[in-house]
Design a protein around this ligand. Sequence first.
Ligand code: FAD
Length: 256
Amino acid sequence: METIKTDVLVIGGGIAGCFAAIRAREMGNSVLILEKSSLRRGGGVGPGMDHINMGIWPKGLLNPETARQKAILSKKDLLDPNVVFAMDKGAYARLLDLEKFGVLIREDDGSYRVWEIPERRYSFVSYRGRQTKVKLAAAVAATGAKVLERTMAVDLLTQDGKVIGAVGFDVREGTLTACLAKATIVCTGDSGRQYLEPDGLFMTYQPTTNTGDAQAVGYRAGAKCTNMEYIYMDYVSLRTGAALPGSSHSRRWAPW
Ligand SMILES: Cc1cc2nc3c(=O)[nH]c(=O)nc-3n(C[C@H](O)[C@H](O)[C@H](O)COP(=O)(O)OP(=O)(O)OC[C@H]3O[C@@H](n4cnc5c(N)ncnc54)[C@H](O)[C@@H]3O)c2cc1C
């Protein structure tokens, strides 16, 4: 079995994995990404996106203190408020990063198309984001990070209670690779494909690769599992579990 050593191992090359890899490279680390599908089109954002959910938008409805209070309130739904608040705080900076990577988000006149839903205290910026993941993958490639595509992390490797890497399985060749790392970041998306829709289909709009691998490998390695619910900046529905008419996100909370 081949063995690869790296400073940082990123499992899952979706939008989170790409950002993690870029940041780790900026900090001077060698980086290896294991991606079950392809970096250019893998993950929820792979086919494209049409809006970016915004937490603390400069001209928006949430100021940092309101956002913090809302994050704390969300704790009763088993969420870690620090994670929720960090997402809120970081969203605008990530939008600027995407622009730096060549994603066109502004309108022709240089403005952003911002939508606000006051009753949900929620803003988003809409744009034509079909190439978002392609641009992000190019930004990863420019950092020199090593990427193994069509390679699925099947388990984390542990030693003395610490994670020291993972085993990758090439889904086309059937070969195994041992990846040893000083730090391992698991970014394999949500487990959307595991949820049964009211019509009996498994959330087929979710990427086929989203099968809850992070939760499974983390659990087997003894990780503390938190924030298992969908983290969303719409705290109103998070706190109440209210089903928002027409919202596919609300379906996951339905008691079927
Ligand atoms: C159809 C659809 C439309 C959406 N539209 C928007 C939108 O317009 N705006 C918005 O803000 N959000 C949107 N979302 C939500 C958004 O896509 C997600 O919040 C986001 O993609 C999550 O990023 P992620 O990197 O955590 O996970 P993902 O993007 O799901 O990436 C996870 C990656 O990990 C890989 N992977 C999984 N398991 C393994 C494994 N064991 N080993 C190696 N790799 C693995 C997968 O192949 C995938 O590439 C949309 C989601 C969907 C499904």
